[in-house]
Design a protein around this ligand. Structure first.
Ligand code: HEC
Ligand code: HEC
Length: 354
């Protein structure tokens, strides 16, 4: 009898602890809703989304006709390129790792250093960056205007505008498409919605550690990140291989000393799909990235089992990937400016990236 009561008591205690964990998690994180969020450029019409999708996949937005947004943000690969740092126009290597476009709509600013306010401002960058798509706004507009199907689609997406085929509207359409690139229904989201069996015990231990050790102070909210800046190396600066000295992060935007080596806290959603890690792309192993974070941001050495548990938890953040049919792009015409693959090299370090 005594045994039974003790058994019941300990069961009740573990149920209470499980409730605690869920409640604590619900106070720190939010699940991704099934529908895309509202964006500034409302409404998100089907025409605009479809146009944005064509543009996202169209390599003719690049000087060489070889590089599209999808080259570096491959929607079959979790929205990344699996490169340490991206390779762009003329095989040039850019300075930073490509973050995923998935759920980027939920980030408070875009880019590692936050230099674009939103996806619309962001989209104009890569097309012009000499190490990425290497094109000019004028040439892109000329290209789009030479293709009747695009002209028609811009008219339908931006009705009542006298000159709808513009670089600004291109960015608006791409933003509309990107807003649909969300990944709801990860196992962690199901857990947050109250399905306590959606996570295994080791995954729950990892979640508890993630909160108790302090990862959650930076990686919280709907994206487990993407809501603030933080220095990389709050307690202990990582080695120059992982944190190269010449990329000073947010400092390059604000020129404020306290912004040296400050970066946007990245989202951890779909993190299992988006190696290599950090803005330098120097760490391929998620477990190692977790260990680096413990030391650099919190000044703690996570034990091996702790590191494993947190890593196991992070793998539950992979959501349902957006289902995107590869679009058939409208053909070019005799008026379309032809591809140029030769590269005019800029001196190292002077290229702004995107
Ligand atoms: C040559 C590779 C390359 C191409 C092409 C490219 N990107 Fe990127 N993208 C990157 C890299 C690298 C970064 C990070 C740059 C930085 O932070 O300074 C980035 C950042 C982004 C971000 C910010 C995400 C975040 O969390 O901060 C978005 C959104 C994005 N790109 C969308 C696009 C779109 C849309 C296109 C097409 C118009 C595009 N990219 C073309 C490599 C590329
Ligand atoms: C003080 C804020 C802060 C804390 C605390 C923190 N992080 Fe981070 N985290 C960051 C920043 C900033 C980056 C981006 C670093 C860079 O590449 O410049 C990052 C990057 C990461 C990455 C790589 C993401 C990617 O896409 O490349 C992982 C994984 C990660 N953190 C996990 C953790 C874990 C696990 C903990 C707890 C052990 C933790 N973080 C604690 C701020 C923080």
């Amino acid at each position: 009898m005594k045994k039974l009561i003790l058994g019941l008591l300990s069961m009740a205690a573990s149920v209470a602890a499980a409730d605690d964990l869920l409640q604590k998690a619900q106070s720190q994180f939010k699940p991704i809703p099934p529908e895309p969020p509202a964006i500034k450029e409302a409404p998100l019409t089907p025409e605009k989304i479809e146009l944005g999708k064509l543009l996202y996949f169209d390599p003719r937005l690049s000087m060489s006709w070889l590089i599209s947004c999808n080259t570096c943000h491959n929607l079959g690969l979790g929205g990344v390129d699996l490169q340490q740092t991206s390779i762009g126009h003329g095989w040039q290597k850019g300075p930073r790792n490509a973050p995923t476009v998935l759920n980027a709509v939920y980030n408070f600013v875009q880019f590692w250093d936050g230099r674009a306010q939103d996806l619309q401002a962001q989209a104009k960058g890569p097309i012009q960056a000499s190490v990425e798509m290497g094109n000019t706004p004028e040439r892109v507009v000329q290209t789009l205007k030479s293709i009747p199907d695009y002209v028609e689609r811009f008219k339908k997406s931006f009705p009542n505008q006298p000159d709808p085929v513009s670089f600004d509207n291109l960015a608006r359409a791409v933003e509309a498409f990107e807003a649909t690139l969300i990944t709801p229904d990860s196992r962690f989201d199901r857990y947050l919605k109250g399905d306590v069996n959606a996570l295994s015990d080791p995954e729950k231990q990892g979640l508890a550690l993630f909160m108790d050790k302090g990862c959650v102070s930076c990686h919280n909210g709907i994206n487990l990140g993407g809501s603030r800046y933080a220095p990389f190396g709050v307690v202990q600066k990582p080695g120059a291989d992982i944190l190269p000295e010449k990329d000073k992060g947010r400092f390059t935007v604000t020129h404020t000393a306290s912004d040296e080596y400050v970066f946007k806290v990245p989202s951890l959603r779909n993190i299992a799909l988006t190696a290599p890690y950090f803005h330098s792309g120097q760490v391929w192993d998620l477990r190692q990235a977790v260990a680096v974070m413990g030391a650099a941001q919190l000044g703690i050495k996570l034990t091996d089992p702790e590191t494993d548990a947190v890593t196991t938890f992070l793998k539950t953040l992979t959501g349902t990937q957006p289902k995107v049919d590869v679009p058939i792009l409208p053909p070019h015409t005799k008026d379309t400016p032809l591809p140029v693959v030769e590269v005019t090299l800029t001196p190292q370090g002077t290229t702004p990236g995107h």
